[in-house]
Design a binder for this molecule. Structure first.
Ligand SMILES: NC(=O)c1ccc[n+]([C@@H]2O[C@H](COP(=O)([O-])OP(=O)(O)OC[C@H]3O[C@@H](n4cnc5c(N)ncnc54)[C@H](OP(=O)(O)O)[C@@H]3O)[C@@H](O)[C@H]2O)c1
Length: 334
């Protein structure tokens, strides 16, 4: 079978451009004994993939196909544990189909939740928010929590998890549409469109006059600077990500001295170290789904050929909720 795939063409300089990627074709043979052929339905588009494009030591080299998490359908199987037609979660190439040996392939039950939720709200992004707030940030009911990139995959789950834990939640985002979604649907307490605010610290002080207890930081730079400025003394920052610094801009705040003056406890973490918490997290997700308490949004871009566009869009704030590429629809007979 001839399939299209996305390869890295050159290491991006700054924000990735479409010309840093190439759409190529490859022959995928029939599966051999113990193999299955997977057709991705949805590809997960994630910021960490930018880190793998930093140079030869970072994971990807030009000419290589890019890989990421996906939800896929088994379209052919010579593996004893998987049958054609089943839906699975795995890591696979950004390609229209590929072979797998079945390792790290997890069967999904579409009756429990829409399968692509395993890439966003009920997947690693949701787990990141859960672990970051509960285990790393030791969030307590009644606290005021600041979340940056608050309408993104991780941020929107952080907002909800903090609200469900009885916190006051303030989010910063890059558009009026994202502010409206967070206030009207997700139900957080205040949201700021930083693109309209020349002074983010002043804007945060308006909605958070008594200061914040916990900063859940996804952006860094000016966002972390404003978070540190409004943080109460002896409080915490969970450093989840630095979107602002991923493409060469400063990731650090200019007021690092505030960490000393306020005795701030600032902790980074990598969700991969906490995968054992997935079952506890999923148990909560199932309750939230049953209660109608879980809100999620997906920004879906169609077609494998548009995967670079979707990836670049992450750095331009084009996604509300989880950024996904829909490669194909599920078929009754694969
Ligand atoms: N520590 C971990 O283990 C771990 C695991 C997963 C993810 N993360 C981190 O969590 C963060 C969010 O990831 P995600 O997958 O949920 O992505 P996302 O928030 O769904 O998408 C990225 C968002 O970041 C904002 N953004 C992009 N470039 C920006 C810039 N230069 N300045 C300010 N805001 C910018 C945009 O929202 P606006 O329009 O609101 O600006 C954009 O929509 C990332 O930093 C990621 O690296 C960490």
């Amino acid at each position: 079978m001839r399939v299209r795939e996305i390869r890295l063409k050159r290491y991006p300089d700054g924000v990735p451009k479409e010309s840093d990627f190439e759409l190529a074709e490859r022959e995928v043979p029939d599966p051999g004994a113990g193999q299955l052929c997977l057709r991705p339905l949805f590809l997960s588009i994630d910021p960490y993939q930018r880190n793998r494009m930093r140079g030869p030591a970072a994971g990807l080299t030009p000419g290589q196909v890019i890989e990421g998490r996906c939800v896929a359908q088994v379209i052919d199987s010579r593996h004893p544990d998987f049958a054609a037609g089943e839906l699975v979660f795995t890591t696979a190439p950004w390609a229209e189909a590929s072979l797998s040996d079945g390792k790290a392939v997890q069967r999904l039950d579409p009756e429990v939740m829409p399968p692509q939720l395993h890439l966003g709200a009920a997947g690693v992004p949701g787990l990141t928010a859960f672990v970051g707030l509960h285990d790393i940030g030791e969030m307590k009911p009644g606290e005021t929590v600041l979340v940056s990139a608050a309408a993104g995959a991780v941020g929107s789950m952080a907002c909800q998890i903090a609200k469900l834990a009885g916190c006051r939640v303030i989010g910063t985002v890059g558009s009026a549409q994202k502010v409206r979604w967070l206030l009207d649907e997700v139900g957080i307490d205040a949201a700021i469109d930083y693109s309209k605010e020349p002074d983010l610290t002043a804007a945060l002080r308006r909605v958070c006059p008594d200061g914040a207890d916990l900063v859940f930081e996804c952006v860094g730079g000016k966002h972390l600077e404003a978070g540190l400025a409004v943080l109460k003394p002896h409080r915490r920052v969970v450093l989840c990500g630095v979107m602002a610094g991923m493409n060469g801009q400063p990731a650090g705040p200019s007021n690092l001295d505030q960490v000393i003056a306020k005795r701030v406890d600032i902790k980074g973490f990598v969700v991969g170290d906490h995968m054992a918490r997935m079952s506890a997290f999923l148990a909560e997700v199932k309750h939230w789904l049953a209660d109608g308490a879980l809100h999620w949004h997906e920004t879906v871009i169609d077609g494998i050929e548009n995967t670079p566009k979707a990836f670049i869009g992450l750095f331009q704030g084009q996604n509300l909720g989880k950024m996904l590429v829909r490669v194909a629809g599920p078929r009754a007979s694969p």
